[in-house]
Design a protein around this ligand. Sequence first.
Ligand code: DC
Length: 224
Amino acid sequence: MVDRHKSVVLDGPAGVGKGTIAKALARRLGYQYIDTGAMYRTAALLALEHDIPPEQPHEHEIARLVLAHPFLFVFDGPLLRVFHGDREVTDDIRTAEVSYLVSPVSALAAVRKGLTDLQRQMASQGNVVMEGRDVGTVVLPDASHKFFLTASDDIRADRRYLELQQKGVEISPQQVRKDLARRDHLDSTRKLAPLQQAKDALVVDTSNMSIEEVVNCILGKIGN
Ligand code: DC
């Protein structure tokens, strides 16, 4: 069973600062960090590479590929590296093609079931910070520390644009805004495990807060 007192859950839409905040929290607490979005992105990457359409008749094929290897999240200096088996997927899962494909892939029941089981298993030792969309509602509903991060649409789009620019991705601010709106819509309206705030999650609006302020706020709430 999961040690309820050692699972910190962070859910929220894209561009809210979740990744940066979850990583900082995991480092400060010395906990294992699990990015469930990176797992769905890996499923989308594999579907892309194997030319498998993200549609229901192919859901088991995509699930089989992504479940064929374990995931590992490793802190390396300032970086967080993501491994799927022996393969490092850190950069490959952040391309525009993968970002486009990830919403339909993550709506497939077999993919969700497989990855949800795997995420529960990965969290079963406790001492984890897990971020995603449905972690507080579906993956770890018993976690004692649940946070739902929000920020205004403008701020989320600005943050995502800056992040992509820093990575050298060529994209216009208008396109970033359009992509975010599309992903928000798909993620929150899908039938299975949509992006949703858990009733017992604490909402943190990060619009006017620095990363450090959010991290300290969360650490304060969980009593560290
Ligand atoms: O956090 P992210 O932007 O890297 O997530 C990529 C996509 O994965 C997101 O658009 C929806 C999906 N996802 C999901 O369906 N469930 C999760 N727990 C995490 C992410």
